[in-house]
Design a protein around this ligand. Structure first.
Ligand SMILES: Cc1cc2nc3c(=O)[nH]c(=O)nc-3n(C[C@H](O)[C@H](O)[C@H](O)COP(=O)(O)O)c2cc1C
Length: 342
């Protein structure tokens, strides 16, 4: 429980209203349609915006049609963003047009991915090494589409070079409609360094007319309120804490608005959510069942992780969940839990 209420003001991205300024961060291997749908089911409009996994502009515009496998959005997810990465302005503009034609409501440009195969080639956070190149990429995308364009940045590429500040100003001038700022530099990867949200405040101070979202290490309503208070940001983007917790946005919004914490979801609710995740993912993915189940192995236990210390039977189930090979095996593990506890 927190000791005072916080007003959550809606924001707009271009002309698109975002009812609650709490949004789901894009996460490769996680924010596919199955998970985004669960977030909408359990958090409703308390998750103001969802985002796809990152898509390569090179694959989208090339002959290799594998990227089509990830055209997994549905109109009922609105408002949603589709994220692309790359460093070639023409290719990024073409990719954005392909996505707009395929129904993307918002195009988000990835300038946060630090993994070497993306950043060393100049995409993702690699763009932040050079504000001019980064700006030419966003300008090309903004000019190519009529849907709003947003960017997600890290603080900069190297620690001590906070290029996000100059870039955010340039992006706003180029016509970008929202900037999300993850406080780490690319060379920090995901290191658990002491949290420092000051870069979010600095970006908010220079951006005049578009929303700035803060991102990084928000797990609870208290964290969200602290980020809003300390940085003045217009909204909070949440990634890892939402994995296995599609209700998180509703719980955080409720606690901020009322000062009251909602009870933690029951074991049955968790098992049902994990099962929905698996069934929808296998049912809607263009991948083979075995490929989807391999990805689910690393995800389903997250619905139960915080209960495992107190329940040895769940520890056993976790052990089995990370070894499943088929949807039927997942159902065999989760259905009995739903029945016992309902
Ligand atoms: C597994 C994983 C995959 C991610 N994939 C993406 C991605 O595709 N695009 C992106 O912009 N950021 C990606 N990120 C970064 C997150 O969007 C977010 O910036 C980061 O996790 C910090 O926020 P958090 O502390 O709330 O998790 C990913 C993070 C994780 C953990």
């Amino acid at each position: 429980m927190i000791d005072a209420t916080t007003t959550l003001n809606s924001i707009t991205i271009g002309s698109i209203p975002i009812p609650t300024p709490l949004t789901l961060a894009p996460m490769d291997g996680m924010t596919n349609y199955a998970f985004r749908r669960l977030v909408r089911q359990h958090s409703g409009t308390d998750c103001g915006l969802v985002c796809t996994e990152l898509l390569s502009s090179q694959i989208l515009t090339g002959k290799d049609k594998r990227a089509r496998f990830k055209f997994d959005w549905q109109p009922d997810e609105f408002p949603f963003a589709v994220q692309i990465f790359g460093n070639d302005p023409t290719m990024m503009a073409d990719a954005a047009q392909i996505l707009e034609a395929a129904g993307a409501a918002i195009i988000d440009i990835n300038m946060g991915c630090w993994v070497p195969k993306v950043a060393r080639k100049g995409g993702g956070a690699g763009l932040l090494r050079d504000v001019c190149t980064a700006t030419s990429v966003v300008q090309a995308v903004v000019d190519a589409v009529s849907v709003p364009v947003t960017v997600k940045v890290r603080a900069g590429y190297r620690r001590g070079e906070p290029n996000a500040i100059a870039f955010a100003q340039a992006a706003e001038d180029a016509g970008v409609q929202m900037v999300a700022v993850h406080w780490r530099y690319a060379d920090q990867g995901f290191r658990p360094d002491p949290v420092d949200w000051s870069i979010i405040r600095q970006v908010k101070e220079v951006v005049r007319s578009i929303p700035v979202l803060g991102n990084g290490d928000v797990h609870t309503a208290a964290d969200a309120r602290r980020m809003l208070d300390e940085t003045g940001c217009d909204g909070v983007m949440i990634g890892r804490a939402a994995a296995g917790h599609p209700w998180l946005f509703h719980h955080i919004a409720h606690e901020l608005r009322t000062g009251e914490a909602l009870p933690a979801p029951s074991l049955a609710t968790r098992a049902k959510a994990a099962l929905d995740h698996a069934q929808v993912m296998v049912g809607t993915s263009d991948y083979e069942e075995t490929t989807s189940v391999l990805q689910l192995r690393g995800r389903l236990h997250q619905y139960f992780d915080e209960l495992i210390d107190t329940d040895p039977q769940l520890a056993d189930m976790r052990h089995q969940l990370v070894r499943v090979n088929t949807l039927a095996e997942i159902e065999d593990l989760l259905l009995p839990i739903m029945e016992i506890t309902q």
